[in-house]
Design a binder for this molecule. Sequence first.
Ligand code: RIB
Length: 335
Amino acid sequence: MTVSVRDVAIAAGVSVGTVSNVMNRPDKVAPATVARVAAAIEELGFVRNDAARQLRAGRSRSIGMIVLDASNPFFAAVARGAEARAEEDRLSVLLGNSDEDPAREEAYIDLFREQRVNGVLITPTSTATEMLARLRDAGVPVVLVDHEMPNSQFCSVSVDDVEGGQLATEHLLQQGRRKLAFVGGPASIPQVEHRLEGARRAVAEVPGASLEVIEMPALTVLNGRTAGEVISRREPAQRPDGVFAANDLLAVGLLQGLSIFGGMRVPEDIALIGYDDIDFAEATVVPLSSVRQPAQKIGHTAVELLLKVIENPDGEYERRVRFRPELVVRRSSGG
Ligand code: RIB
């Protein structure tokens, strides 16, 4: 007779939900209860459904991928690169959008584990460390995308965002701009923090240069437009003469906001540079300077690395792949 979760619950004197928590989130259950449930599992010889399924059948022919913002062309390009490599091995990519929300991210992590995907690619929110460890401990290979966790064993494919921030800011300084603004997003996004760090390093090298930070709630076109309005409504003497936007979506919005709310000319009145070099960057009314991340290559390489981890978790291969950012100069910064 097959032992069920209910049998375990009765034997341990707890609810079925507690048994499930002990199996999926033991850190959230009192140690004494964990011990009682574990003893009942052992005594009854209970085998979890997903464990049984894995014994009966191989994993699904799929890879789970969780991005921070599916509406951002950067992540669409990363996903396209991942899909191209996955298809070479007849694997599908299941895409989840966390919208920078840890709760949504956790739901996708649980879903991909239940779906028994071969592995997971993720651009994590800053709080994901514990969840990722649980995924790994559940035997699901993980590769971080566009983000690195130096003090972890996680493999990653990323870009040096500190260098990228320095490139963007040095370029504005080389155009003679001195009163700079960094328009960024929530401090919870590590990529944004690294870009800002690069900007600070560049400004520190130039006497008389200054850098103010304008933090927006999210890295979107609408928030960029709002930032443009904030800058435009200032007295001319209080306005920056150069802006580094943490990504191209913010920069596109800034182009709109600076023009609509203040009639400010880019680059004559204010130089502007973004980050990512999404396809639209060169198509904006004033073609956008940016710092290019090789998005499709990041996605392709991430799948390549994940397949190595699946095949040989402790193998001798490069576990942290880091690409160099590239400055792309167009009209918006005076190019
Ligand atoms: O998700 C916010 C940003 O982080 C994206 O635009 C991309 O630059 C990523 O690195």
